[in-house]
Design a protein around this ligand. Structure first.
Ligand SMILES: *[C@@H]1O[C@H](CO)[C@@H](O)[C@H](O)[C@H]1NC(C)=O
Ligand SMILES: *[C@@H]1O[C@H](CO)[C@@H](O)[C@H](O)[C@H]1NC(C)=O
Ligand SMILES: *[C@@H]1O[C@H](CO)[C@@H](O)[C@H](O)[C@H]1NC(C)=O
Ligand SMILES: *[C@@H]1O[C@H](CO)[C@@H](O)[C@H](O)[C@H]1NC(C)=O
Length: 305
Protein backbone atom coordinates (compact mmCIF):
# COMPACT_ATOMS: atom_id res chain seq x y z
CA UNK A 1 0.00 0.00 0.00
CA UNK A 2 2.77 2.35 1.04
CA UNK A 3 4.72 1.48 -2.08
CA UNK A 4 1.72 2.23 -4.24
CA UNK A 5 1.34 5.60 -2.57
CA UNK A 6 5.01 6.38 -3.17
CA UNK A 7 4.77 5.42 -6.82
CA UNK A 8 1.73 7.64 -7.27
CA UNK A 9 3.55 10.57 -5.68
CA UNK A 10 6.59 9.89 -7.84
CA UNK A 11 4.52 9.80 -11.01
CA UNK A 12 2.83 13.05 -10.06
CA UNK A 13 6.17 14.73 -9.39
CA UNK A 14 7.64 13.47 -12.63
CA UNK A 15 4.69 14.69 -14.66
CA UNK A 16 4.94 18.12 -13.01
CA UNK A 17 8.63 18.20 -13.87
CA UNK A 18 7.83 17.09 -17.37
CA UNK A 19 5.27 19.89 -17.80
CA UNK A 20 7.38 22.67 -16.39
CA UNK A 21 11.06 21.94 -16.58
CA UNK A 22 11.89 19.61 -19.42
CA UNK A 23 12.51 21.22 -22.75
CA UNK A 24 9.41 20.19 -24.58
CA UNK A 25 10.05 21.64 -27.98
CA UNK A 26 8.34 18.75 -29.67
CA UNK A 27 5.09 19.75 -27.99
CA UNK A 28 5.17 23.40 -29.03
CA UNK A 29 3.01 23.91 -32.01
CA UNK A 30 4.02 26.77 -34.23
CA UNK A 31 1.53 27.71 -36.88
CA UNK A 32 1.45 30.64 -39.25
CA UNK A 33 -1.32 33.05 -40.12
CA UNK A 34 -3.65 32.02 -42.88
CA UNK A 35 -4.64 35.57 -43.55
CA UNK A 36 -2.12 38.38 -43.86
CA UNK A 37 -3.11 41.92 -42.89
CA UNK A 38 -3.31 44.22 -45.92
CA UNK A 39 -0.97 47.14 -46.38
CA UNK A 40 -2.45 50.59 -46.08
CA UNK A 41 -3.56 52.12 -49.34
CA UNK A 42 -3.08 55.78 -48.38
CA UNK A 43 -6.79 56.40 -48.44
CA UNK A 44 -8.50 59.07 -46.32
CA UNK A 45 -9.86 58.71 -42.81
CA UNK A 46 -13.59 58.54 -42.12
CA UNK A 47 -15.00 59.82 -38.83
CA UNK A 48 -18.31 58.10 -38.07
CA UNK A 49 -20.70 59.63 -35.55
CA UNK A 50 -23.37 57.00 -34.83
CA UNK A 51 -26.34 58.64 -33.12
CA UNK A 52 -29.98 58.33 -32.17
CA UNK A 53 -32.62 61.02 -31.92
CA UNK A 54 -32.01 61.05 -28.15
CA UNK A 55 -28.39 62.09 -28.75
CA UNK A 56 -29.17 65.22 -30.72
CA UNK A 57 -28.49 67.52 -27.73
CA UNK A 58 -24.99 66.07 -27.37
CA UNK A 59 -24.32 66.74 -31.05
CA UNK A 60 -25.49 70.35 -30.79
CA UNK A 61 -23.32 70.78 -27.72
CA UNK A 62 -20.31 69.31 -29.51
CA UNK A 63 -20.77 71.59 -32.51
CA UNK A 64 -20.66 74.52 -30.08
CA UNK A 65 -17.54 73.09 -28.39
CA UNK A 66 -15.77 72.84 -31.77
CA UNK A 67 -15.76 76.63 -31.89
CA UNK A 68 -13.40 76.67 -28.88
CA UNK A 69 -11.66 73.41 -29.77
CA UNK A 70 -11.27 73.54 -33.54
CA UNK A 71 -10.83 70.09 -35.11
CA UNK A 72 -7.78 71.18 -37.11
CA UNK A 73 -5.27 73.97 -37.58
CA UNK A 74 -5.25 75.97 -40.80
CA UNK A 75 -2.29 74.06 -42.21
CA UNK A 76 -3.83 70.60 -41.73
CA UNK A 77 -3.28 68.69 -44.96
CA UNK A 78 -5.00 65.38 -44.11
CA UNK A 79 -8.09 64.24 -46.01
CA UNK A 80 -10.92 63.31 -43.66
CA UNK A 81 -14.66 62.87 -44.17
CA UNK A 82 -17.31 62.79 -41.46
CA UNK A 83 -20.41 60.62 -41.56
CA UNK A 84 -23.34 61.33 -39.25
CA UNK A 85 -24.91 57.89 -39.01
CA UNK A 86 -28.50 58.04 -37.79
CA UNK A 87 -30.24 54.98 -36.30
CA UNK A 88 -33.63 55.43 -37.98
CA UNK A 89 -34.83 57.35 -41.06
CA UNK A 90 -33.12 60.74 -41.08
CA UNK A 91 -35.32 62.29 -43.78
CA UNK A 92 -38.36 61.42 -41.77
CA UNK A 93 -36.93 62.65 -38.45
CA UNK A 94 -35.47 65.88 -39.83
CA UNK A 95 -38.50 66.73 -41.98
CA UNK A 96 -37.92 70.47 -41.97
CA UNK A 97 -34.15 70.14 -42.56
CA UNK A 98 -33.13 72.20 -39.50
CA UNK A 99 -30.79 69.53 -38.14
CA UNK A 100 -29.22 68.84 -41.55
CA UNK A 101 -28.55 72.52 -42.01
CA UNK A 102 -26.86 72.76 -38.66
CA UNK A 103 -24.51 69.91 -39.57
CA UNK A 104 -23.84 70.96 -43.17
CA UNK A 105 -23.30 74.59 -42.25
CA UNK A 106 -21.10 74.09 -39.20
CA UNK A 107 -18.04 76.24 -39.83
CA UNK A 108 -15.52 74.08 -37.87
CA UNK A 109 -16.73 70.99 -39.75
CA UNK A 110 -16.61 72.70 -43.13
CA UNK A 111 -13.07 73.89 -42.64
CA UNK A 112 -11.57 70.54 -41.52
CA UNK A 113 -13.52 67.86 -43.38
CA UNK A 114 -13.54 67.20 -47.11
CA UNK A 115 -17.18 66.05 -47.01
CA UNK A 116 -19.94 66.13 -44.42
CA UNK A 117 -22.21 63.12 -44.93
CA UNK A 118 -25.47 62.05 -43.32
CA UNK A 119 -26.86 58.55 -43.71
CA UNK A 120 -29.66 56.51 -42.15
CA UNK A 121 -29.29 53.00 -40.75
CA UNK A 122 -33.11 52.61 -40.98
CA UNK A 123 -33.17 50.19 -38.04
CA UNK A 124 -36.46 48.60 -37.09
CA UNK A 125 -37.54 49.09 -33.45
CA UNK A 126 -36.56 45.50 -32.55
CA UNK A 127 -33.08 46.01 -34.05
CA UNK A 128 -32.60 49.23 -32.16
CA UNK A 129 -32.46 48.15 -28.51
CA UNK A 130 -29.95 48.90 -25.80
CA UNK A 131 -30.47 47.78 -22.21
CA UNK A 132 -28.83 46.21 -19.20
CA UNK A 133 -29.96 42.67 -18.53
CA UNK A 134 -30.00 41.86 -14.82
CA UNK A 135 -30.62 38.26 -15.80
CA UNK A 136 -27.38 38.01 -17.77
CA UNK A 137 -25.59 40.76 -15.81
CA UNK A 138 -24.48 42.38 -19.02
CA UNK A 139 -25.33 45.04 -21.56
CA UNK A 140 -27.45 43.83 -24.45
CA UNK A 141 -27.11 46.14 -27.39
CA UNK A 142 -28.33 44.93 -30.75
CA UNK A 143 -28.76 48.66 -31.53
CA UNK A 144 -25.08 49.55 -31.30
CA UNK A 145 -24.10 46.28 -33.02
CA UNK A 146 -26.45 47.00 -35.89
CA UNK A 147 -24.91 50.45 -36.23
CA UNK A 148 -21.34 49.13 -36.09
CA UNK A 149 -20.76 45.86 -37.94
CA UNK A 150 -22.55 46.88 -41.17
CA UNK A 151 -20.20 49.86 -41.60
CA UNK A 152 -17.40 47.43 -42.50
CA UNK A 153 -19.50 45.94 -45.30
CA UNK A 154 -20.41 49.17 -47.05
CA UNK A 155 -18.57 49.40 -50.34
CA UNK A 156 -18.05 53.13 -50.24
CA UNK A 157 -16.31 52.72 -46.89
CA UNK A 158 -14.29 49.61 -47.82
CA UNK A 159 -13.06 51.14 -51.05
CA UNK A 160 -12.74 54.74 -49.96
CA UNK A 161 -10.91 54.69 -46.62
CA UNK A 162 -8.12 52.95 -44.70
CA UNK A 163 -9.44 53.68 -41.23
CA UNK A 164 -12.62 54.79 -39.58
CA UNK A 165 -12.90 56.54 -36.27
CA UNK A 166 -16.05 55.85 -34.24
CA UNK A 167 -16.97 58.97 -32.30
CA UNK A 168 -20.19 58.61 -30.34
CA UNK A 169 -21.99 61.84 -29.42
CA UNK A 170 -20.67 61.67 -25.84
CA UNK A 171 -17.10 61.99 -27.10
CA UNK A 172 -15.87 65.56 -26.83
CA UNK A 173 -12.60 67.42 -27.25
CA UNK A 174 -10.43 68.77 -24.44
CA UNK A 175 -7.72 70.19 -26.70
CA UNK A 176 -7.82 71.98 -30.04
CA UNK A 177 -6.75 70.17 -33.23
CA UNK A 178 -8.19 66.89 -32.01
CA UNK A 179 -8.95 65.73 -35.55
CA UNK A 180 -5.30 66.21 -36.48
CA UNK A 181 -4.32 64.13 -33.48
CA UNK A 182 -6.69 61.33 -34.56
CA UNK A 183 -5.40 61.56 -38.12
CA UNK A 184 -1.79 61.43 -36.92
CA UNK A 185 -2.58 58.17 -35.08
CA UNK A 186 -3.33 56.53 -38.44
CA UNK A 187 -0.01 57.51 -39.98
CA UNK A 188 2.30 55.03 -38.24
CA UNK A 189 2.23 51.25 -38.42
CA UNK A 190 -0.92 49.43 -39.46
CA UNK A 191 -3.34 48.33 -36.74
CA UNK A 192 -6.88 46.98 -36.45
CA UNK A 193 -8.26 48.68 -33.35
CA UNK A 194 -6.67 51.55 -31.44
CA UNK A 195 -8.25 53.26 -28.44
CA UNK A 196 -8.60 53.59 -24.70
CA UNK A 197 -8.70 51.12 -21.86
CA UNK A 198 -11.36 51.88 -19.20
CA UNK A 199 -10.03 54.75 -17.08
CA UNK A 200 -12.69 54.35 -14.40
CA UNK A 201 -12.27 50.82 -13.08
CA UNK A 202 -11.03 51.32 -9.53
CA UNK A 203 -10.17 47.67 -9.40
CA UNK A 204 -10.55 45.03 -12.05
CA UNK A 205 -13.72 43.06 -11.54
CA UNK A 206 -13.90 41.22 -14.83
CA UNK A 207 -11.56 41.00 -17.76
CA UNK A 208 -14.02 43.28 -19.56
CA UNK A 209 -12.36 46.19 -17.73
CA UNK A 210 -9.35 45.64 -20.01
CA UNK A 211 -11.33 46.13 -23.21
CA UNK A 212 -10.49 48.81 -25.77
CA UNK A 213 -13.51 51.10 -25.81
CA UNK A 214 -15.60 51.29 -28.97
CA UNK A 215 -14.79 54.96 -29.56
CA UNK A 216 -11.62 54.17 -31.41
CA UNK A 217 -9.87 53.84 -34.75
CA UNK A 218 -10.59 50.74 -36.87
CA UNK A 219 -9.08 49.30 -40.02
CA UNK A 220 -11.50 49.00 -42.92
CA UNK A 221 -11.39 46.90 -46.08
CA UNK A 222 -9.05 44.26 -44.63
CA UNK A 223 -10.43 40.73 -45.06
CA UNK A 224 -8.56 39.38 -42.00
CA UNK A 225 -10.06 42.02 -39.73
CA UNK A 226 -13.46 41.47 -41.34
CA UNK A 227 -13.13 37.82 -40.38
CA UNK A 228 -12.36 38.81 -36.78
CA UNK A 229 -15.37 41.16 -36.70
CA UNK A 230 -17.66 38.50 -38.11
CA UNK A 231 -16.45 35.95 -35.59
CA UNK A 232 -16.91 38.39 -32.69
CA UNK A 233 -20.46 39.11 -33.84
CA UNK A 234 -21.26 35.43 -34.31
CA UNK A 235 -19.77 34.42 -30.97
CA UNK A 236 -21.12 37.26 -28.81
CA UNK A 237 -24.19 38.35 -30.81
CA UNK A 238 -25.86 41.23 -28.97
CA UNK A 239 -23.03 42.05 -26.57
CA UNK A 240 -21.53 45.52 -27.10
CA UNK A 241 -19.11 45.17 -30.00
CA UNK A 242 -16.08 46.49 -28.11
CA UNK A 243 -16.56 43.95 -25.32
CA UNK A 244 -17.08 41.27 -27.97
CA UNK A 245 -13.79 42.08 -29.71
CA UNK A 246 -12.00 41.95 -26.38
CA UNK A 247 -13.65 38.72 -25.28
CA UNK A 248 -12.71 37.11 -28.59
CA UNK A 249 -9.07 38.07 -28.14
CA UNK A 250 -9.08 36.59 -24.62
CA UNK A 251 -11.04 33.48 -25.59
CA UNK A 252 -8.84 30.39 -25.21
CA UNK A 253 -10.64 28.62 -28.00
CA UNK A 254 -9.51 31.28 -30.45
CA UNK A 255 -6.01 31.76 -29.07
CA UNK A 256 -4.11 29.96 -31.80
CA UNK A 257 -5.84 32.19 -34.32
CA UNK A 258 -5.98 35.50 -32.50
CA UNK A 259 -2.30 35.48 -31.51
CA UNK A 260 -1.40 36.44 -35.08
CA UNK A 261 -3.37 39.62 -34.69
CA UNK A 262 -2.80 40.61 -31.05
CA UNK A 263 -0.20 43.23 -31.97
CA UNK A 264 -2.80 44.97 -34.13
CA UNK A 265 -4.98 45.82 -31.12
CA UNK A 266 -3.39 48.85 -29.55
CA UNK A 267 -4.05 50.76 -26.32
CA UNK A 268 -3.63 54.46 -26.77
CA UNK A 269 -4.22 57.76 -24.98
CA UNK A 270 -5.27 60.15 -27.75
CA UNK A 271 -8.77 59.36 -26.46
CA UNK A 272 -9.67 58.31 -22.90
CA UNK A 273 -12.74 56.36 -21.89
CA UNK A 274 -14.48 57.42 -18.67
CA UNK A 275 -17.78 55.73 -19.48
CA UNK A 276 -20.53 56.87 -17.17
CA UNK A 277 -18.13 58.07 -14.49
CA UNK A 278 -17.34 61.71 -13.76
CA UNK A 279 -13.95 63.08 -14.71
CA UNK A 280 -12.29 66.45 -14.35
CA UNK A 281 -11.28 68.13 -17.55
CA UNK A 282 -8.57 70.04 -15.70
CA UNK A 283 -7.02 66.88 -14.27
CA UNK A 284 -7.02 65.18 -17.64
CA UNK A 285 -5.31 68.22 -19.15
CA UNK A 286 -2.69 68.17 -16.40
CA UNK A 287 -2.02 64.45 -16.38
CA UNK A 288 -2.50 63.38 -19.99
CA UNK A 289 -0.46 65.53 -22.37
CA UNK A 290 -1.34 63.39 -25.41
CA UNK A 291 -5.10 63.26 -24.86
CA UNK A 292 -7.35 65.23 -27.19
CA UNK A 293 -10.72 63.53 -26.77
CA UNK A 294 -12.64 62.09 -23.86
CA UNK A 295 -15.55 59.66 -23.86
CA UNK A 296 -17.91 60.28 -21.01
CA UNK A 297 -21.14 62.02 -20.18
CA UNK A 298 -20.08 63.55 -16.89
CA UNK A 299 -17.49 66.11 -17.72
CA UNK A 300 -16.60 68.80 -15.21
CA UNK A 301 -15.11 72.21 -15.92
CA UNK A 302 -16.01 72.71 -19.53
CA UNK A 303 -13.77 75.65 -20.19
CA UNK A 304 -16.00 77.28 -22.82
CA UNK A 305 -18.76 77.85 -20.27
C1 LIG B 1 -37.53 57.60 -45.11
O1 LIG B 1 -38.52 58.59 -45.02
C2 LIG B 1 -38.78 59.27 -46.23
C3 LIG B 1 -39.74 60.42 -45.93
O2 LIG B 1 -40.79 59.99 -45.13
C4 LIG B 1 -39.33 58.27 -47.23
O3 LIG B 1 -39.58 58.92 -48.46
C5 LIG B 1 -38.32 57.16 -47.42
O4 LIG B 1 -38.83 56.17 -48.28
C6 LIG B 1 -37.94 56.53 -46.09
N1 LIG B 1 -36.84 55.61 -46.32
C7 LIG B 1 -36.87 54.34 -45.92
C8 LIG B 1 -35.69 53.50 -46.25
O5 LIG B 1 -37.81 53.87 -45.29
C1 LIG C 1 -38.14 71.95 -37.26
O1 LIG C 1 -38.60 70.90 -36.42
C2 LIG C 1 -38.12 70.91 -35.09
C3 LIG C 1 -38.70 69.72 -34.35
O2 LIG C 1 -38.62 68.58 -35.12
C4 LIG C 1 -38.53 72.21 -34.41
O3 LIG C 1 -37.99 72.24 -33.12
C5 LIG C 1 -38.03 73.38 -35.23
O4 LIG C 1 -38.50 74.57 -34.65
C6 LIG C 1 -38.49 73.29 -36.67
N1 LIG C 1 -37.89 74.36 -37.43
C7 LIG C 1 -38.53 75.08 -38.32
C8 LIG C 1 -37.72 76.12 -39.02
O5 LIG C 1 -39.69 74.90 -38.58
C1 LIG D 1 0.24 65.91 -36.37
O1 LIG D 1 1.40 65.67 -37.12
C2 LIG D 1 1.91 66.84 -37.75
C3 LIG D 1 3.04 66.41 -38.66
O2 LIG D 1 3.88 65.54 -38.01
C4 LIG D 1 2.35 67.83 -36.70
O3 LIG D 1 2.84 69.00 -37.30
C5 LIG D 1 1.15 68.18 -35.84
O4 LIG D 1 1.52 69.03 -34.78
C6 LIG D 1 0.49 66.93 -35.27
N1 LIG D 1 -0.75 67.36 -34.67
C7 LIG D 1 -1.18 66.93 -33.48
C8 LIG D 1 -2.41 67.54 -32.97
O5 LIG D 1 -0.59 66.08 -32.85
C1 LIG E 1 -12.70 73.41 -11.86
O1 LIG E 1 -11.44 74.06 -12.02
C2 LIG E 1 -11.01 74.81 -10.91
C3 LIG E 1 -9.65 75.41 -11.25
O2 LIG E 1 -9.55 75.71 -12.58
C4 LIG E 1 -10.93 73.98 -9.66
O3 LIG E 1 -10.61 74.78 -8.55
C5 LIG E 1 -12.27 73.28 -9.43
O4 LIG E 1 -12.17 72.42 -8.33
C6 LIG E 1 -12.68 72.51 -10.66
N1 LIG E 1 -14.00 71.91 -10.46
C7 LIG E 1 -14.27 70.68 -10.78
C8 LIG E 1 -15.67 70.26 -10.52
O5 LIG E 1 -13.46 69.91 -11.26
Amino acid sequence: MKRLFHSVVLVLLLSLLYEHYFPNYWKVQVTYPECMPLRKRNLPLLVVVPFTKFDWNYLENNLRLYASYPPCSCNFDGTVDILFWFHRNWTEWDRNGTASNLLFESEPLQSCFRSILIDSANLEPNEDLYYYSFLKLSHISPGTCNMFYPLFKKNFIRNGYDYLFIMEPDVSPIRPFWLEAVYNETKGKEFYHKGSIAQYAKRIITQHDYHINGNALYRVGDPCFDNILETAQMEYKDAPFDGALHALRMNKRYHSWMRYYSHLFVYSDFILNFGDNPFSEQLVLNKWPNTFLVHGKRRWNISSQ
